[in-house]
Ligand binder design. Sequence first.
Ligand code: NAD
Length: 500
Amino acid sequence: MTQAPHTPANLPERIKHFIEGQEVDSLSGATFEVLEPVTNKPYTTAAAGRAEDIDRAVRAARKAFTEGPWPHLKARERARVLNRIADAVEAENESLAELETFDTGLPIKQAKGQAHRAAENFRFFADMIVAMNEDAYRVPGSQLNYVVRKPIGVAGLITPWNTPFMLESWKLAPALASGCTVVLKPAEFTPLSASLWARIFTEAGLPDGVFNLVNGIGEEAGEALVAHPDVPLISFTGETATGKTIMRNAAENLKGLSMELGGKSPVVVFADADLDAALDSALFGVFSLNGERCTAGSRILVERSVYEEFAWRYAERAENVVVGPPDDPATEIGALVHPEHYQRVRDYVEAGKQDARLLAGGGRPEHLPEGNYLEPTVFADVKPESRIFQEEIFGPVVALTPFDTEEEAIELANDVRYGLAGYVWTNDLKRGHRVGAAIEAGMVWLNSHNIRDLRTPFGGIKHSGIGHEGGHRSVDFYTNEHIIHVALDEVHTPRFGASS
Ligand code: NAD
């Protein structure tokens, strides 16, 4: 028997929507069950939003946008609210980590940084809107053209279940900073932490109706939000297949779209690299956050002269990674989020066993007979055409492949449909820059795992996404540049219809 997880105090009997400052049930009364991933038992129910609930939330957001003060506040006034939100988020660190760990199965030690990162997003965009200027273009003596940046309206935010609260903050902070009002549809596997926003926002002084939350299933609540004619923007983070569906459904109303999608990112290790550092980083890059991270370095390409040694050292360390209850501070890999996802990951592991060499893991740890636990799994000699090389697994499973030349390394790195991140390990400065530039990805790190600088663009290319978030790009997404052209002198206009 698996020991039941530590249960946070005051779990809600029902997770509700939050619309126009009120917690509400679905108009139909429909609900869905929410499981925790250690026993896979339902621990609560959540209101299941449908089109009529989305419509109610959009109407509230629309009213707050057209009649409310939020879009018209001075940047400094909005920033004050955002900074109060950041302080409140940070003050919730312990309870947020407890909720995230319970609901998602993330190890508690890793869940503990999430509030700080979420708070930083609000601080960053508070600073940014206060410091931002608007452009002006002068044509001396004849025209002055200036840009007025205006929030677009109601933004629909659709988010995934991996690090849910933190990823919601990536969208909420710039959307609210820009003056938009929002409807958030969090992932149905992990709706628990999103309900913290309602209290935090209300206490920080965000006017009612600016933030609205509708829980529900993607194909119902999510699709209704994407289809709603009064929602001109959709910011989506999730699977590539879902992103494609959303693009199709958003086309009817020509919506602005930001798409942060899946990944299958390469880690390229050259023989001249600091192999100890590369080893630590390549282990952390795919086994942290249970391997459920979009930028996971899940394909490790290693120069042949050090391949075999690197692979064995990697496998040895992977076997030592502590898989255990998410609420245990010693745990390095917890329980995968949901039994459906767990099965999917296990199917990939079985597929890998058919066409690659299994070096470590490959099954459920013996000491954890229940719950969504998987040993860190390492495959070597993975062929580029195999499924575990090509497809996103989103779990603690990694594919190692050797290469002989720099050209081959680049070819292998780019031989997938995804293009989110890449990691290059070498002590040859020129080669590092060369390979870094040649990798088809939105973001590459040289001699490092994924460390974020909030000013830099974040996003993928190919099937990993469209558009970038981060810094002014996020504000660009949530605002329109409205241009006013002013004549400064007499304008010479051809006089149509003036001849006798
Ligand atoms: P998902 O696509 O299954 O779900 C994401 C969200 O979309 C959920 O809220 C879901 O309810 C909703 N949804 C599902 N179908 C919908 C539809 N037809 N219309 C509207 N909304 C719909 O993704 P997931 O399994 O929750 O998350 C994991 C995926 O997210 C992985 O592929 C991962 O790589 C990706 N991800 C990407 C980034 C990034 O920045 N690129 C970050 C984190 C996660």
